[in-house]
Ligand binder design. Structure first.
Ligand SMILES: *Cc1c(COP(=O)(O)O)cnc(C)c1O
Length: 380
């Protein structure tokens, strides 16, 4: 029986092959007589799992040797505090600059205020988070501890398709990116990034694993009250084992990395294949929205997310219907669910609909959504 198509923003759909492999290995991993959840994190079996996962992620994202890959916990929101606890000390006044392009970077800036002097270098709040301010207009300070941005705003559907070159903008600081919801959908230009972090539960694996990739020279500045298990230098020195790591999450993420490395689209393999698919999925849905009278996406076309597509049905007056309980929205969601198109309700702060198109979503799933949207429009 075919599974429904799951458009959840996170935790989100997983590749079916990975779920099947995890199920098959649940009671006995590779003949050792134990499931992964039952193993000591210090034993040789788990040691091999962790090392393979880290090596595969390094290969997939072409992470240079002078960056550490850390497996942590706490989710991206805990790291909204843990990043400043680790990096703010690089500046005597703990100066940190933020670019706010949606709900997640807004949350990051607010959390960081508890740890230092936060300056909002640019914000699209006045545009309702439907765009990204041109980097040449950002009011960056010369030498803050770091500059933070969110690569893909999961709620507002806004994505950086190129990362800024801070040095060219006159700012001597490492760039910190929250890549929670688009990691593994595109390459990362590490020459422009000092630290990347994100929760696994959007495009990688189970909730509970948080990935941090940090350049070696940024370690060693933690504030005195930073918990030692969240001091990135300690994590790097202890091989992500300052305490018990999220072993199940690391194992399943590792299965996803192997799945990702094996994916092919024509000549493209691994991350390149995943990126090609992400482009195709997004284009199919945005074309359907733009070509319709009923549906609308309000994000500036140059900054639309490939991963999270918020859209609205229009009311009889042509205005977007934000209220999820409006009868037209309710009917749309009911019909979608009846066709096996799940979790399309928009985030409560935006309303309307949201389709999240992560790596595990096949193009057929987007086609099924588009077919349903056209059918619904004909009947509306
Ligand atoms: C989901 C999400 C978060 C929050 O992650 P948690 O793991 O729930 O803390 C932060 N940033 C972005 C971009 C997200 O998509």
């Amino acid at each position: 029986m075919a599974r429904p198509y799951n458009f959840s923003a996170g935790p989100a759909a997983m590749p079916e092959a990975v779920l099947r492999q995890a199920a098959a290995e649940m009671l006995d991993w590779h003949g050792c007589g134990m499931g992964v959840m039952e193993m000591s994190h210090r034993g040789k079996h788990f040691g091999a799992i962790l090392q393979q996962a880290r090596d595969d992620l390094r290969t997939l994202l072409a992470v240079p040797e002078n960056f550490h890959i850390l497996f942590s916990q706490g989710g991206a929101l805990a790291h909204n505090a843990i990043v400043p606890l680790n990096l703010a000390g690089r500046h005597p006044a703990r100066a940190m600059d933020f670019v706010v392009t949606g709900g997640w970077s807004d949350k990051s800036a607010k959390e960081a205020r508890r740890y230092g002097d936060v300056h909002i270098a640019a914000s699209s709040a006045e545009q309702g988070y439907t765009t990204i301010p041109d980097p040449t207009s950002w009011q960056l300070r010369e030498r803050p501890a770091y500059v933070h941005l969110c690569g893909n705003e999961t709620i507002h559907g806004v994505e950086f398709h190129t990362l800024p070159d801070l040095a060219a903008l006159g700012c001597e600081a490492p760039l910190v990116i929250d890549f929670s919801s688009h990691v593994l959908s595109r390459p990362i230009d590490w020459s422009r990034v000092g630290l990347a972090f994100g929760g696994a539960q959007k495009n990688i694996g189970p909730a509970g694993l948080t990935i941090v990739i940090v350049r070696e020279d940024l370690l060693g500045h933690a504030l005195p009250h930073c918990p030692s298990v969240f001091d990135y230098r300690v994590l790097a020195e202890q091989d992500s084992m300052a305490n018990t790591p999220p072993t199940w999450g690391i194992y399943v993420a590792g299965l996803v990395f192997q799945w990702a490395l094996a994916q092919r689209e024509g000549d493209a393999q691994g991350l390149a294949a995943l990126e090609l698919r992400a482009q195709r999925r997004a284009q199919l849905l945005y074309d359907a929205i733009d070509g319709s009278q009923l549906y609308v996406n309000l994000v500036h076309p140059a900054h639309r997310s490939r991963m999270n597509v918020p859209f609205f049905l229009r009311g009889d007056d042509g205005e977007p219907l934000r209220d999820p309980n409006h009868p037209r929205n309710a009917a749309f969601l009911r019909g979608a669910e009846a066709r096996g198109l799940l979790q399309l309700r928009g985030h409560k702060s935006v309303g309307g609909m949201r389709a999240s198109l992560y790596n595990a979503m096949p193009l057929d799933g987007v086609q099924a959504l588009v077919d349903y949207m056209r059918e619904f429009e004909r009947q509306a």
